[in-house]
Design a protein. Structure first.
Length: 321
């Protein structure tokens, strides 16, 4: 049993990690940021501490007295008015967590990366989200190479209860249920339940090998197959027409230019999101199964839980099915 700090503990993944830690007998310290409310933690008996990832002193105070840290906090966006915010949170924030963890003598660190850092390089364009997460990941792996007991987990497309913002993957479900999805982009998908991702984090904490990387994913399927499963659940017809990637990339470039220079609001399609769709891949979770005992559930169950949760929240109620 250990005392484990969780950064981003009031977020979608972080709040489920806190629950899983408690379920498995650990003591959890919820490090919460001011940019997200505490709705995901209201029913969880856990100690909370405020955390400012950009303030090294705040990070040290958050980790004080803990044995380990799961660093799940991140800035997850494919477009921001100022992309430097991604690097401040995902790179500088990770550096502050690492520095504090080493200074305080923590015995383990699990870093939440993303499946996107495992995808092939985009030709001539990497994207600020993926680049910032890659840089944070490299900091962690360099620390592990120098002897600090840190490791990396790579969630794929995460779905399930508590996706309040929602994430880009959750937005797909919201748009489908609200009957706003008229076309789609064919791509390779790997969907995983947020509770399985949380279990994978804690298994990595308990059993993972420092310096290693573990994919926390579920079932591989095409976007057409995913939409087919979704259509069976609420009985909404799936869109039939797939936009070519070249068209989506052009729309992304045009939308992002308008956002950067005219509206200063998030684009309907961001260029990095379009590239992510083009370069998406299937994932192999056999290493996580073998070394961690990770057992994700099937895609149908993942999607059914996501549909149930989103259907009970305001974004869907305002667009009746």
């Amino acid at each position: 049993m250990s005392k484990v700090a969780v950064t981003g503990a009031n977020g979608f993944v972080g709040s489920q990690v806190v629950r899983e830690l408690l379920r498995r007998g650990h003591e959890a310290v919820a490090l919460v940021g001011a940019d997200v409310d505490d709705a995901n933690l209201r029913d969880v008996p856990v100690k909370a501490r405020e955390l400012d990832l950009l303030d090294p002193a705040s990070v040290r105070a958050g980790l004080a007295g803990c044995d380990a840290v799961i660093h799940a906090a991140a800035c997850y966006a494919f477009w921001l008015p100022d992309p430097r915010a991604l690097y401040r949170v995902n790179v500088d924030g990770t550096r502050h967590v690492l520095d504090a963890a080493r200074l305080l003598g923590l015995r383990r660190m699990v870093y939440t990366s993303t499946g996107a850092t495992l995808s092939p390089e985009c030709a001539g364009f990497r994207g600020h989200y993926r680049e910032s997460k890659s840089q944070g990941e490299r900091l962690v792996l360099a620390a592990a190479a120098s002897g600090f007991p840190a490791l990396v987990v790579h969630p794929t497309s995460v779905l399930g209860p508590g996706d309040r913002r929602p994430t880009p993957t959750g937005s797909l479900i919201v748009h489908f249920l609200a009957r706003r999805m008229k076309v789609f982009v064919e791509m390779q998908q790997n969907v995983v339940h947020v509770e399985d991702v949380a279990a994978g984090h804690v298994l990595a904490l308990e059993r993972g090998i420092p310096g290693e990387r573990y994919v926390l994913g579920g079932e591989n399927l095409s976007m057409r197959a995913l939409l087919g499963l979704l259509a069976e659940l609420p009985g909404i017809p799936a869109p039939r027409f797939a936009l070519p990637h070249s068209a989506v990339l052009a729309l992304g470039a045009a939308n992002e230019w308008l956002s950067d220079h005219v509206t200063h609001r998030p684009p309907v399609i961001a260029r990095e999101a379009a590239l992510h769709a083009r370069d998406a891949r299937y994932f192999d979770v056999s290493k996580s199964r073998r070394e961690l005992g990770f057992e994700p559930r099937a895609a149908r169950e993942v999607l059914a839980d996501a549909v149930r949760w989103f259907a009970s929240h305001q974004p869907i109620r305002s667009n009746p099915v």
